[in-house]
Design a protein around this ligand. Structure first.
Ligand SMILES: Cc1cc2nc3c(=O)[nH]c(=O)nc-3n(C[C@H](O)[C@H](O)[C@H](O)COP(=O)(O)OP(=O)(O)OC[C@H]3O[C@@H](n4cnc5c(N)ncnc54)[C@H](O)[C@@H]3O)c2cc1C
Length: 387
């Protein structure tokens, strides 16, 4: 008997079932999408129709409300079928959309949240630059005030949804002040002077990734989020939400690995016995199951605690911890599952190889595992305390 789902709220269970049914119906070709680096565009409308594009967005503006556990289970269930589509959806709603939802004023929210929540417009978040990755607080992209506009100039790399986005949330330097020099902007593709090149990746291949160039893009001053100098604060809060939501995807990949590998191990006969009878195979399955239970217990708990203390900096170390451990467990679980399937696991006929490539992203994206360890060790230096 597993315990990690005991006591889940009724509405969360309903969402789990809705996403499962949706994916069983709509996600039949995910291995093909992976091979072709393809995401069907009509998925946005379909995901919008059942509310998925509105994760972490205000309910009165068409979103699902700020129930982070619901976002976690959406990522989990969808990632069993396609971690790439779950990532694309997460970047749209809980990275870019949620930043506008939290940082935007009434007018900005009324303009941008409804089309993001419905999936009519696709959103992306632009933090990373060619020369600035982990050191995200020091962007080189500049936004220079000229009259009632900002002139945006710079390059952003690895931008999820970049090639298909209508709306970008962009972090740029507005002054050289070391603490308050970065600001966040809502930038529409239609503002012009924006070019995007599609990037090609080993995993998350159905999720379009782009190199985005802003070449003197004119951004109206009313599209500044909060105030000049608030960028880093907005970014850090956003990353906490992102790390919790996206970690759900790691659970989905661990669960998918367990489902595929355990079924296979029961059916595959070698030396006259199903391979599940061999202790070396049992050890791998036990590892995967234990990672699913432990990471899920921690993540679900953290998502519920977040609802009580939304935006609390005290939770930052916990978000880093779960992002790091669940990503590493997802990579290792997929690898063990490939091993259980032997040569078949190495073919593109099974999802386990896709999980392996996809899971590796979460060792890197939303802050690398090394940066998560640094963040945790700083908390140890400071002396951590119970919440
Ligand atoms: C598929 C994909 C999707 C992405 N989506 C987005 C997106 O939508 N928006 C966005 O803005 N970004 C996105 N990213 C970028 C991602 O967040 C960055 O790749 C990540 O933050 C790491 O930055 P970097 O790649 O420049 O690596 P670097 O920061 O250059 O790091 C290189 C290596 O050095 C290590 N390192 C760096 N600093 C230290 C240190 N102080 N101590 C020890 N080790 C260190 C790192 O851990 C890493 O191992 C995406 C990336 C990928 C691959």
């Amino acid at each position: 008997m597993l315990i990690s789902k005991v006591g889940l709220r009724e509405e969360v269970i309903e969402f789990i079932n809705t996403v499962k049914e949706f994916c069983e119906r709509e996600f039949k070709d995910t291995l093909e999408w992976d091979a072709q680096e393809y995401m069907p565009h009509d998925l946005w409308k379909k995901m919008g129709d059942i509310g998925l594009t509105g994760m972490m967005l205000d309910a009165d503006l068409g979103g699902l409300g700020d129930d982070l556990l619901t976002s976690v289970v959406i990522h989990e269930e969808m990632s069993v079928y396609s971690p790439a589509i779950a990532m694309t959806l997460g970047a749209h709603a809980i990275l870019a959309g949620n930043v506008i939802n939290r940082g935007g004023n009434k007018k900005q929210k009324e303009k941008y949240i409804p089309p993001i929540a419905s999936g009519d417009k696709v959103a992306a978040i632009c933090i990373t630059e060619p020369e600035i990755g982990s050191d995200a607080a020091h962007p080189r992209t500049r936004a220079i005030k000229k009259g009632d506009r900002y002139i945006l100039k710079g390059n952003k790399i690895f931008i999820t949804n970049g090639p298909i986005a209508d709306i970008f949330v962009v972090y740029a330097r507005t002054s050289d002040d070391p603490k308050r020099g970065v600001s966040a902007f809502i930038v529409e593709k239609d503002f012009g002077n924006i070019s995007v090149e599609k990037m090609h990746k080993m995993g998350m291949r159905a999720s379009p990734t782009g190199f985005v160039t802003f070449n003197d893009t004119e951004v109206p001053e009313e599209n500044l989020l909060r105030a000049e100098g608030e960028g880093i604060h907005i970014m850090m809060e956003g990353l906490d939400v992102e790390r919790i939501g996206l970690s759900g995807s790691n659970l989905g990949m661990i669960k998918g690995s367990l489902d595929i590998a355990s079924k296979y191990a029961k059916e595959r006969m070698q030396f006259g016995q199903p391979i599940i009878d061999y202790q070396l195979i049992q050890e791998k399955l036990a590892y995967i199951l234990s990672q699913l239970e432990l990471n899920r217990l921690y993540l679900y708990n953290l998502a519920e605690i977040w609802r009580k203390y939304p935006g609390s900096k005290k939770l930052r170390a916990a978000t880093a911890l779960v992002k790091m451990t669940s990503a590493q467990a997802a990579v290792k679980s997929a690898e063990e599952a490939i091993q259980i399937l032997g040569g078949y696991g190495y073919t593109t006929d099974y999802r386990v190889q896709m999980y392996w490539r996809d899971a590796k992203l979460y060792d890197i994206g939303a802050g690398t595992t090394e940066m998560m360890k640094i963040l945790l060790s700083r908390r140890i230096e400071e002396g951590f305390a119970d919440l």
